[in-house]
Design a binder for this molecule. Sequence first.
Ligand SMILES: O=C(O)[C@@H](CO)OP(=O)(O)O
Length: 206
Amino acid sequence: MDRLLVLARHGQSEWNLKNLFTGWKDPGLTDLGIEEARNAGRRLKEMGVQFDVAFTSDLSRAQRTCKLILEEIGQPNLKTIADQALNERDYGDLAGLNKDDARARWGEEQVHLWRRSYDVPPPGGESLKDTVARVLPYYIRDILPRVMRGERVLVAAHGNSLRALVMVLDGLTSETIPGLELATGIPLVYKLNEDTTVASKKVLEG
Ligand SMILES: O=C(O)[C@@H](CO)OP(=O)(O)O
């Protein structure tokens, strides 16, 4: 039995393009983002991937990406479950600020800690640790049981909500997680073992 779990970060958003902290704000995809999402779908189609269910967040950039992937693989009406638990990390007071302006104001190192450390929350927002604390229970309760039953599952979500999941799946630590970057529109194709650990992982680049 293939225990298939595909994780896809949304395509480029309007605020990715403008270099703004986004978090729970809800900008749409750019034309490039739409193309990235379609391309992710095409790559999955080339691999012959089909899904039994899709999960996405409460935010439109992830939902649109999910829809575009499903259209490309010829499953436009697949059952799709949207949940706030998969939302991007809440960037708190940084949401809407330009990332270069933030570096000029608070310094490169502080901004890097806010963006990539495990446990330093941005002002008024969530650390990655906080994000793991909401994503992981949802994964264990709602997503993983389906994968273990042999359902082929797509999760279309966000840079940091997916970093939270990849941290758990790949066994990364608070020391190694800062080095993990997820590109827009590049699906990660996991197959799981019977004991829920990772059997294989393929990054669908290009
Ligand atoms: O702004 C955000 O919400 C995220 C993802 O775009 O940014 P970062 O990569 O800095 O965590």
